[in-house]
Design a protein around this ligand. Structure first.
Ligand code: HEC
Ligand code: HEC
Ligand code: HEC
Ligand code: HEC
Ligand code: HEC
Ligand code: HEC
Length: 436
């Protein structure tokens, strides 16, 4: 335990150090561009076709500015012209523009006419950041990389069932030993006092002695009743709880690849989470924003898919069949995909996404788990009433910068005599709030 705390502490201190270092070093060169803003611009505009360290639809872009300057003598002005409208640059007869275009099989890059100079400089700053500086855990080669603990987590903290069972077994063993010792001493006493124990009595098998002892029988019966009650309770409490539910979907769609590797924002696809009761599943048109130009995944991604037993390219073909896309136009021959619903509360319970995502500012991952690592979507939380209620008891309402709450907050915090208010104190335990 101590070791784990210590390890956590050192990793915290180390990462703090790196953040400081990063802010220091970027503030020195930073008039240039803001890599953090660059990252989000990159993810929304470029990530569909480019990765930093891997060729995809377009070439890898790590250190692109320095690379083009060193190898081709091209400057920022050329880069801006390319990014804003590569086709125009190609038409103008620019030698290098024509060369890459040909090398990449004449696939045109989307023009980004609306990006400002600052935007472009931010994006380029992001492509120039050393990945180890951003996150020392990003690769085992980074200085400051701390290998994850290899055995049994430890981070969960709770006592494992195995440990409890082990302790119980030990206790029983000790009891049995104590009983044997007591019997021996009694025998010796009897011998010393000259009390005769009949042959019969001595040879009586253990089970017979046990059955004759009513007290022991009673204790055992109670013990069995209690344990079976415990397991039955455990069994009935999880009826209707679908934690871990992971249905096979009609198209193998990987959140790990989209939200994780390619950093696509959840709200790009689940756009209504912020403003309405439901998050919604995106229509296939949203997919086609990118997949008109992405018909195949990168070779290395394809290899990853093999490990999961999926042919990613065949899955993209399924998408094309579903929207009726023949590679050039929509044929009008669409067969909507029937996604299988993973999370589903019973009809008598009311849950609202915008209340939690926008008003309370809770991250999607708090309730849905590490979605960006999920190859296949599964239900992370139990979604029981107890789960909702616990969080309402423990979570403070975000009142800061929230005009709607300032007055209610003042009144209620006076009533409860506390600074902070939990969702429960705001009425989050009232049956009617969650039940129609
Ligand atoms: C629709 C796919 C697509 C998108 C989106 C896209 N690119 Fe490209 N990009 C390409 C392709 C393909 C090439 C290779 C040249 C060609 O075929 O036009 C390329 C080439 C480049 C090059 C030249 C690389 C080299 O090695 O010479 C740069 C720089 C570049 N893109 C930057 C960006 C930036 C920055 C963004 C986002 C603002 C972006 N691209 C968005 C497809 C895309
Ligand atoms: C490119 C589009 C896209 C992005 C980005 C995306 N999702 Fe999804 N999401 C989907 C699709 C399609 C499904 C339905 C298929 C499935 O369940 O895997 C889905 C399903 C889900 C579900 C399960 C819905 C149900 O049936 O109960 C949750 C929860 C979810 N996404 C959360 C997230 C979160 C959190 C993020 C951001 C980290 C995210 N998604 C990013 C497209 C996307
Ligand atoms: C406070 C917990 C919580 C948070 C935060 C949360 N969700 Fe959910 N989500 C749920 C519950 C509960 C359901 C089941 C709702 C139902 O069945 O009515 C659900 C269902 C979904 C679904 C299935 C379709 C639907 O709308 O019912 C998607 C997709 C989804 N969530 C995505 C997201 C995304 C994306 C975010 C972040 C922007 C997010 N969720 C944040 C608890 C949460
Ligand atoms: C913002 C761009 C973008 C959107 C939107 C998008 N994708 Fe993708 N998708 C990608 C990229 C990029 C890859 C390939 C990554 C690689 O080659 O490493 C990919 C790969 C895939 C694959 C193969 C890997 C896998 O997940 O099984 C499938 C299938 C797929 N997408 C389906 C979808 C569906 C369905 C939707 C809509 C719900 C969608 N995509 C929306 C960018 C996008
Ligand atoms: C991760 C913590 C968390 C979980 C899990 C959670 N909630 Fe909440 N919920 C909150 C917070 C925080 C608020 C207060 C939001 C605000 O400021 O209005 C809230 C508010 C609400 C409200 C409005 C209460 C009011 O006083 O108006 C309802 C209804 C609600 N939640 C239902 C649910 C249901 C149903 C579930 C389970 C399916 C659930 N919540 C799970 C954190 C959570
Ligand atoms: C924060 C939201 C919330 C509040 C407040 C709440 N419930 Fe629930 N309740 C739920 C959810 C969600 C379920 C569905 C749980 C499931 O499907 O396992 C549920 C299920 C139930 C059930 C069905 C039995 C079960 O466990 O499935 C009953 C009965 C019930 N609630 C009664 C109440 C009563 C009475 C109150 C007021 C004291 C109350 N609830 C307050 C969210 C809430």
């Amino acid at each position: 335990m101590k070791q784990v705390i210590y390890r956590n502490l050192t990793s915290r201190i180390l990462s703090l150090g790196f953040v400081l270092l990063l802010t220091l070093s970027t503030s020195l060169i930073a008039q240039e561009g803001d890599p953090a803003n660059g990252k989000s611009l990159f993810n929304t505009n470029c990530a569909a076709c480019h990765k930093l360290d891997k060729d995809m639809t377009g070439p890898k872009l790590r250190n692109i500015e320095a690379r083009l300057a060193d190898e081709q003598g091209l400057d920022r002005e050329w880069l801006s012209a390319w990014i804003r409208n590569s086709s125009a640059l190609i038409k103008s007869g620019d030698a290098y523009a024509n060369k890459v275009f040909k090398e990449w099989n004449n696939v045109p890059m989307t023009p980004f006419a609306t990006l400002t100079d600052q935007d472009i400089s931010d994006i380029l700053a992001y492509t120039a950041v050393d990945p180890c500086e951003l996150n020392p855990q990003s690769s085992p080669d980074c200085p400051g990389y701390i290998a994850p603990p290899t055995e049994g987590g430890g981070s969960e903290g709770g006592i494992s069932d195995d440990l409890i069972l082990g302790a119980l077994a030990l206790l029983f063993a000790l009891l049995a030993m104590a009983l044997i010792l007591v019997k021996r001493t009694l025998d010796r006493f009897a011998e010393a006092k000259g009390i005769e124990i009949s042959e019969d009595e001595q040879r009586k098998p253990l089970w017979k002695a046990f059955v004759e002892n009513q007290f022991l029988v009673l204790v055992t019966a109670i013990f069995f009743l209690l344990t079976s009650g415990y397991f039955a309770y455990g069994y009935f409490m999880q009826v209707g709880v679908d934690q871990g539910y992971e249905p096979v979907q009609p198209i193998h769609y990987s959140h790990r690849i989209h939200a994780g590797d390619n950093g696509i924002d959840c709200k790009y696809c689940h756009s209504s989470a912020r403003v309405s009761k439901t998050s919604g599943i995106p229509s296939l048109n949203v997919c086609m924003n990118c997949h008109k130009s992405i018909s195949e995944v990168a070779p290395s991604t394809l290899a990853e898919g093999k490990e999961f037993g999926v042919d990613y390219n065949a899955e993209i073909q399924k998408l094309y069949e579903a929207v009726g896309w023949d590679g050039k136009t929509f044929t009008g021959n669409a067969k909507p995909v029937k996604w299988i619903r993973v999370h589903n509360l019973p009809d008598f319970a009311y849950f609202n996404h915008s209340q939690h995502v926008s008003v309370a500012g809770i991250e999607c991952q708090t309730c849905h788990g590490p979605v960006e690592e999920m190859e296949i979507m599964y239900q992370h939380a139990p979604l029981t009433m107890g789960w909702c209620i616990n969080c309402h008891r423990e979570t403070d309402v975000k009142v800061k910068d929230n005009g709607y709450y300032t007055k209610i907050h003042e009144e209620l915090s006076k009533k409860y005599g506390v600074e902070k208010l939990t969702a429960a104190q705001m009425g989050g335990l009232e049956c009617g709030k969650c039940h129609y």
